[in-house]
Design a protein around this ligand. Structure first.
Ligand code: SAM
Length: 395
């Protein structure tokens, strides 16, 4: 029996992946197509966890050639899926890998359709210097090395183990970008300003260092996130070392958040039953979770989180808590509608209702109807135009 030829199977799967990404409109230019066809994702992510579609708690199962067989391992490595390589900031015990649930992924190879879309959106040209934040497995870093050249690519990773693994795998594949270890929210120390900046982790606002370290006229592509949900992908043009502006390209992608910006473990105590003032409201908790109104709610409440709790009588209430402002809103079904009880330094549900009213006056656009302006003093997401209604992002 002859050994299966991993390299030729992988090359075929890469071509199929490129075809699928092109058919979906994600892969648009020959240069990025050549990169997808060349970069061996299975070498950069040789073992990983894949999400199962079993009902209930999200569960991930380990994938290696030994566990699932060579063909299935390669098929999954070239699927348009996120491949998880770390949970809760801890290294995986690959000597005895077990299914994982009730955990928080902290490093991965992002799904290729999103990586490629972001790279296309970055409008990279020959000779450009690019800085990436969130090296992860190094897959996106390798795509950029292939498209440009090793010495044009810098990538910053906060986790030394993750960076070391990416370094070794990239080197084995023949890629030698500049890899830095550190908190990318502080930029890429010692690097000259880049023509392009890309982040494959979510941030609550654009770090000042990213603007400072991108050349005037250069572009930043990143995803903004809040503690309730992702806001979406933005592309900013840098004006000078403190100022940038641009629009949301989509509201879809969800990235794991920069580790230093994760939501606090506790949002404080639940309000006592007699705390706050109660009134009717026309909005139920669905405005927090529907795609477009959820985007607006996230802008209105940058420091809040929400969750549901059942009372002994079966009534389900939604709690919105903001520990920073010591504020709460509790939504409870009331006849055919909803009642809200709120208290604290900020009236959270009033803030949501005001934001939704402004949004509806503007014909309720999706995320692409919004933009972002970064100045030395503040960052504002605006609706329709820079002088339209706006919401300040957390610094
Ligand atoms: C979604 S993964 C990156 C995917 C990667 N580009 C790839 O193609 O494999 C996000 C990465 O960002 C890293 N990260 C989180 N916070 C960071 C920070 N403040 N600075 C740099 N990297 C960070 C995580 O450790 C994780 O490896």
């Amino acid at each position: 029996m002859t050994e299966p030829d991993v390299e030729s199977i992988a090359a075929g799967l890469r071509r199929q992946l490129a075809d699928r990404l092109a058919a979906a409109g994600r892969l648009r230019s020959p240069g990025w197509r050549a990169a997808v066809e060349a970069v061996p994702r299975h070498e950069l992510v040789p073992r990983f966890y894949a999400e199962t579609d079993a009902p209930g708690l999200t569960t991930w199962v380990p994938v290696t050639p030994e566990l699932v067989g060579l063909d299935e391992w390669l098929r999954l490595a070239y699927a348009d899926e996120t491949l998880i390589t770390q949970f809760d900031g801890r290294e995986i015990d690959w000597a005895d890998p077990q299914p994982v649930s009730d955990a928080h992924p902290t490093s991965s190879s992002t799904l290729p359709s999103l990586v490629v879309r972001m790279l296309e959106d970055l409008r990279v040209e020959e000779g450009h210097r690019v800085t990436e934040y969130g090296t992860g497995t190094g897959y996106s870093t390798a795509l950029m090395c292939h498209y440009l050249a090793d010495d044009r690519v810098t990538s910053v990773e906060t986790d030394p183990h993750v960076s070391a693994r990416a370094d070794a795998n990239l080197a084995r594949c023949g890629y030698r970008p500049r890899l830095l270890i550190g908190d990318g929210l502080g930029g890429a120390p010692g690097c000259p300003p880049a023509h392009r900046t890309i982040a494959t982790m979510g941030v609550r606002s654009i770090p000042a260092a990213w603007v400072r370290q991108t050349r005037p006229g250069g572009l930043i592509v990143a995803t903004l996130r809040g503690w309730m949900r992702s806001l979406g992908l933005v592309r900013l043009t840098v004006e000078d070392e403190h100022t940038a502006h641009g629009r949301f390209l989509t509201g879809d992608p969800t990235f794991m958040m920069a580790r230093q910006q994760d939501a606090p473990a506790s949002f404080g105590m639940l309000p006592a039953p007699d705390e706050g003032a109660t009134r009717d409201t026309r909005y139920g908790p669905e405005v927090l979770t529907m795609p477009d109104s959820g985007f607006v709610a996230q802008l209105a409440l940058p420091h809040a989180r929400h969750f549901s709790l059942s009372a002994d009588d079966g009534t389900v209430s939604t709690y919105v808590l903001d520990a920073r402002n010591d504020a709460f809103a509790v939504l409870t079904p009331d006849g055919d509608g909803w009642a809200v009880r709120q208290g604290g330094r900020v009236l959270l549900w009033d803030a949501i209702e005001q934001a939704l009213a402004l949004w509806q006056d503007a014909a309720s656009p999706g995320p692409t109807g919004f933009g972002l302006t970064v100045t030395p003093d503040a960052q504002h997401v605006w609706l329709a135009a820079p002088d339209g209604p706006s919401w300040r992002l957390p610094a």
